[in-house]
Design a binder for this molecule. Structure first.
Ligand code: HEM
Length: 284
C-alpha cells in the first residue's frame, strides 16, 4: 500500500514538474513567441523573397498548388518545412489575395483534422508539407483536378495529363469559365468512380473539391470568374504566381463571404452536372 502510494505521488510529481511554470504557455501564435524571433524569411535567410525558383530535389511540396506557389516564391519556406500558421495566413492574404478571415478558418480546420502540430521553438504550424500529403480523406482527397487519386498514383506530384484534360474544357482556348471548371471537376469525379474502386467522396471531400475550385477562381478569375488560360497554366503547371503575365493578387483580398458564395455556385453547378451524369454517390 505504502509503496503504491509513493509510486502514485512520484508519478504525479513528475507530471506536475513536467508542466510549464504558471503564466507560460505553448507558443501557438507568432505573438506568443519571444520578442525578436525572426520572421521565417530571415530565419530561412532567403535573399530572394518573391522571386520564383522551382523547387530543388530536396524541397518538399504539397498537394496544394496555392501553398506550393507561395513556397516557390519564398513567401513560405522554400524547403516546405517548419511553416508557421501565421505565415500561411498572412502570405495567403498578401500574395494570393485570400483574406485572413478565411485563412484562419482554413488553418483551424487543418489543425482540427490533424495536419498541424507544435514545431519546436516556433509554435503551431506545418512541420512539413508532407503532413498534407498524408492527410488522405481528411484534407487531401481523390478526384483532384491536377493530381492522381491516392490509390492510383501520387496524390502530391502534378499529373500533366490531368492538367491538360482540365485545360481542354476551355471552349475558346483562352479562358476557363466557372462552367468549364465545373465540367472538368465533374469529369474527374466520373473518372475516379470509373477507375478507382477505393474512391471516397463524402461531404467533407466533396465540399473541399468545390471550395478549391472557388479558391482558384477567386485568386485568378476576373469579375465574371473567368480565368485566363495562360495564368492557369503558370499557376497549376509551374506553381508560379503569373505576375509576369500581368496578374496581381486581388486587392482587397477576398474574404470568407466571397469564397463561400463562389463555392456555393460551384456546388450547385456540380450537383446538376452530377445528376445529369447519373448521380455518382457524392454527398453535397
Ligand atoms: C491553409 C491553407 C491551405 C491548405 C492547408 C490547403 C491544402 C490543400 C490540400 C491538402 C489540397 C489537396 C486536395 C486534393 O486532394 O486535391 C489542396 C488543393 C487545392 N488547393 Fe489548397 N490549401 C490551402 C490554401 C489554398 C489557397 C489559398 C489556394 C488558392 C488558390 C488553394 C488552392 C487549391 C486548389 C485549386 C486545390 C485543388 C488542386 C487539385 O484539385 O488538383 N489552396 N489544398
Amino acid at each position: 500500500m505504502k509503496s503504491s502510494t509513493s509510486f502514485t505521488l512520484l508519478a504525479l510529481t513528475s507530471v506536475v514538474t513536467g508542466f510549464p511554470a504558471y503564466g507560460t504557455r505553448m507558443p501557438l501564435l507568432r505573438d506568443d513567441l519571444p520578442a525578436g524571433t525572426p520572421e521565417f524569411s530571415s530565419r530561412d535567410s532567403d535573399p530572394a523573397v518573391g522571386v520564383f525558383q522551382a523547387p530543388n530535389s530536396t524541397d518538399v511540396r504539397s498537394p496544394c498548388p496555392g501553398l506550393n506557389a507561395l513556397a516557390n516564391h519564398g513567401y513560405l519556406p522554400r524547403d516546405g518545412t517548419n511553416i508557421h500558421i501565421t505565415d500561411i495566413v498572412s502570405q495567403m492574404d498578401s500574395n494570393l489575395g485570400i483574406a485572413s478571415d478565411f485563412g484562419l478558418i482554413q488553418v483551424a480546420g487543418a489543425t482540427v483534422l490533424g495536419a498541424m502540430s507544435i514545431i519546436d521553438g516556433l509554435g503551431l504550424g506545418l512541420k512539413s508539407f508532407e503532413s498534407l500529403t498524408e492527410s488522405h480523406n481528411t484534407i487531401e482527397h481523390d478526384a483532384s483536378l491536377t493530381r492522381d487519386d491516392t490509390a492510383l498514383g501520387s496524390n502530391t506530384d502534378k499529373n500533366q495529363t490531368l492538367i491538360d484534360q482540365l485545360f481542354s474544357y476551355s471552349k475558346d482556348n483562352l479562358t476557363l469559365t466557372p462552367t468549364d471548371i465545373a465540367e472538368a471537376r465533374q469529369a474527374r469525379i466520373k473518372d475516379s468512380f470509373t477507375r478507382n474502386p477505393n474512391v471516397t467522396l463524402h461531404k467533407l471531400q466533396t465540399d473541399a473539391c468545390w471550395r478549391e475550385a472557388g479558391l482558384l477562381t477567386m485568386v485568378l478569375g476576373d469579375q465574371n470568374g473567368n480565368i485566363r488560360l495562360d495564368w492557369a497554366r503558370e499557376f497549376l503547371v509551374d506553381e508560379k504566381l503569373p505576375t509576369d503575365l500581368g496578374w496581381s493578387a486581388p486587392s482587397p483580398a477576398h474574404g470568407i463571404i466571397d469564397i463561400e458564395a463562389i463555392t456555393q455556385t460551384y456546388t450547385d453547378l456540380g450537383q446538376s452536372l452530377n445528376a445529369a451524369d447519373g448521380n455518382f454517390p457524392l454527398e453535397f
